[in-house]
Ligand binder design. Structure first.
Ligand code: HEM
Length: 412
């Protein structure tokens, strides 16, 4: 199928439809003939992998909701019932629980890929902003879902996080009680969390549709970060990238299956297998691994309100990234200095993740403060400064040049 070829209805029905609601045309042009740069590497398969994860979470979630009971007295038991009595309930629950981790793993790789290759730069700012909205919604959805199990960690995580709202002056206490539906985390809280946990994935689906729309306007970035010439530098999405994405999804499914079938509890906390007990606080309250960096940032600040604001700011700052990094060259391949700071930033994020699981005292606390400072400095100092002082390497004239003339071949 030559790319760029526009849709031709094949029979009278599709012609009739096309004149009224050109859904098939949109699908055809978006997912079959969509011109895609020839040089995308495997880091570009994570968008497809994320779509797979979203579908898996929604399908398993809808089935779980058929057996789950959102009541403080019955929720924990209903989860045990799913695990023991419902046919393949254990499988559906483990796929959903491990699936959340897999979803975040893929999302973080997808984000760091975008950071490395400068995919947030013009003309893809809107695409990036929608991505930030999606990661924020994913975090909220995962937090709400974790509470539904109504284990010790669920209950206490809900208590710690909702209590943070109380730090806001004047309205804090009122907002907290409004969210709780009472004077503590309880049945009303569980009910509304269930309702929202069911709702938000559909909002995410809507955001993903906008995300892909915003991708298809400027088209994909690519590892060289240079604009492609339609036709010369592109291939149709199908079959080239449908097959490649399917292959990547299959590899990813292998890793996913390892956790589901061999170590399903590895990514969770054992305390969450104990039913919620409002009278007994667990010794360490920690979130799931994918929220640990944010938890470390929250606890790095001595004031409660300051911690909450800095934690939200750590995501909020991402919205402004396209305007903080003004360098014209997109890809880190041609920005050697930026590349080093990129890896430093990755290490800072991993370090924050590690510190999020430690008690915030002594050396751990000091390190968490340094890394929190560095996290923000990366966006507010390093990137704006690099935009001005860095001399990027010359970029190739076309995406073919490095292939034809050897890696790194530049424009004359
Ligand atoms: C449910 C979650 C998400 C889904 C299903 C999704 C889907 C996709 C797909 C299919 C693509 C095109 C293929 C690819 O580049 O891998 C893409 C590209 C992109 N996504 Fe996402 N995405 C998600 C989350 C995010 C997040 C959290 C961010 C950033 C905060 C983000 C930023 C981007 C950017 C900048 C691109 C352009 C890539 C390029 O062409 O260089 N996405 N996304």
């Amino acid at each position: 199928m030559p790319h760029g070829e526009s849709y031709e209805p094949r029979n009278r029905f599709t012609a009739w439809m096309d004149a009224r609601l050109p859904l098939l045309r949109v699908m055809h042009e978006s997912f079959l003939t969509y011109p895609t740069p020839r040089n995308l590497n495997y880091w570009w398969t994570f968008g497809g992998i994320l779509t797979f994860c979203l579908a898996v979470q929604m399908i398993t979630g809808i089935i779980l909701a058929m057996h789950y009971v959102p009541h403080a007295d019955l929720a924990f038991e209903s989860v045990q019932h799913i695990m023991r009595d419902v046919n393949y309930g254990w499988l559906i629950r483990y796929v959903h629980a491990c699936g959340a981790s897999m979803f975040f793993l893929a999302a973080y790789i997808h984000m760091f890929r975008s950071l490395y290759y400068g995919s947030y730069k013009p003309p893809r700012e809107m695409l990036w902003i929608l991505g930030v909205v999606i990661i924020f919604l994913m975090i909220v959805t995962a937090f709400l879902g974790y509470v539904l199990v109504w284990g010790q960690m669920s209950f206490w995580a809900a208590t710690v996080i909702t209590n943070l709202l109380g730090a806001f002056p004047l309205i804090g206490e009122a907002v907290k009680e409004w969210l709780w539906g009472g004077f503590a985390v309880g049945n009303a809280t569980l009910n509304r969390f269930f309702s929202l946990h069911y709702l938000l994935p559909f909002v995410i689906v809507g955001m993903v549709a906008l995300h892909i729309w915003a991708l298809h306007i400027p088209g994909n970035n690519n590892p060289q970060g240079i604009d492609v010439r339609q036709g010369k530098d592109t291939v149709p999405f199908h079959p080239y990238y449908t097959v490649k994405d399917l292959f990547a999804v299959s590899l990813f499914a292998l890793l996913f299956s390892y956790f589901v079938f061999y170590d399903p509890e590895a990514l969770g906390h054992p305390d969450n297998s104990i039913k919620a007990n409002p009278l007994q606080t667990p010794p360490h309250i920690v979130p799931e691994w994918y929220l640990l960096p944010f938890y470390a940032i929250l606890r790095a600040v001595p004031s409660k309100l300051g911690g909450v604001l800095i934690m939200f700011a750590s995501i909020g700052i991402l919205f402004f990234l396209p305007w903080l990094d003004r360098a014209k060259t997109r890809s880190a391949r041609y920005r050697p200095l930026f590349r080093q700071f990129f890896f430093l930033f990755v290490i800072a994020c991993l370090g924050l993740g590690y510190l999020g699981a430690q008690t915030p005292e002594g050396a751990h606390l000091i390190l968490a403060r340094i890394l929190t400072f560095y996290y923000f400095a990366h966006f507010l100092i390093v990137l704006p400064l690099l935009s001005v002082i860095e001399k990027p390497l010359p970029v190739p004239k076309s995406i073919n040049a490095p292939v034809l003339k050897g890696a790194g071949a530049a424009a004359q």
